[in-house]
Write a protein that binds this ligand. Structure first.
Ligand code: C5P
Length: 239
């Protein structure tokens, strides 16, 4: 038996996380946050001394590093534990890492290891298995193009780099943290450049995807547009 899959791809800060959680709650589907997987691998690679603390856009990892990072991936015990709220706790080797991976530095580590073909290959099956037990909302960059090319509904949610940096600043300030708009914008642009131009699984819309620019939209508008699109693809919402 196969379960429905909805893929939501796009750059970070476009609002995918909020929309995916809302869809997962409305449909009672599981949520795959594939970015978290790459963030975990990036963090572990840094902790293992395979990635420097301040990686630059030019960071080049050798084939030997790629093999070591892939081995590291193959030995990780990653578990996604759904919470009542619909959010998912990420447990790696028995320890929750959800808090530790949500910052721009780990985002940069993630985008460097995500360009390694063997690392992507090692994470492929793990991601596909998530659709074996229930409907799935898959959040990432290559969910519609590579991981779930037969997904029932595919969406590519984007926004200008400036709008995404603005949102990130607001988020950090609301959490009582300092935020430097220009530094955040630069980091977002570097990450976009790496994600969109890498040779394996570059971030891009599937040809059948609904492409939505959320720069001038609020979360409700985005949600209802995506919901209506999913309904045209035969996905049934009770609420
Ligand atoms: O979405 P998030 O910002 O958490 O993703 C972190 C990084 O992981 C991205 O910048 C991207 O390089 C990588 N990623 C990816 N493929 C995915 C999800 C994330 O390459 N499916």
């Amino acid at each position: 038996m196969s379960f429905p899959v909805i893929t939501i791809d796009g750059p970070s800060g476009a609002g995918k996380g909020t929309i995916c959680l809302r869809l997962a709650q409305a449909l009672n589907y599981r949520l795959l946050d594939s970015g978290a997987l790459y963030r975990i691998v990036g963090l572990k690679a840094n902790q293992a001394g395979l990635l420097s603390d301040q990686p630059s856009a030019e960071s080049e990892l050798s084939a030997k590093d790629e093999d070591k990072i892939t081995q590291l991936v193959n030995h990780l015990d990653i578990q996604f534990i759904p919470r009542q709220s619909g959010e998912v706790d990420i447990i790696v080797d028995g320890i929750s890492v959800a808090g530790e991976i949500r910052n721009e530095t780990v985002g940069s580590y993630a985008s460097i290891v995500a360009a390694l073909p063997k690392v992507r290959e090692a994470l492929l099956q793990l991601q596909q298995n998530m659709a074996n037990h229930s409907g799935l909302i898959a959040d990432g960059r290559d969910m519609g193009t590579v991981v779930f090319p037969d997904a029932d509904a595919k969406v590519y949610l984007t926004a200008s780099a400036e709008a995404r940096a603005d949102r990130r600043v607001t988020q950090l300030e609301q959490a009582g943290q300092k935020a430097n708009y220009l530094a955040i914008l630069k980091s977002i642009q570097q990450r976009d450049e790496r994600d969109e131009n890498r040779s394996v699984s570059p971030s891009k819309p599937h040809e059948e995807a609904l492409v939505l620019d959320s720069s001038e939209m609020n979360a409700d508008e985005v949600y209802f547009k995506i919901k209506a699109f999913c309904q045209t693809k035969g996905i049934c919402f009770d609420q």
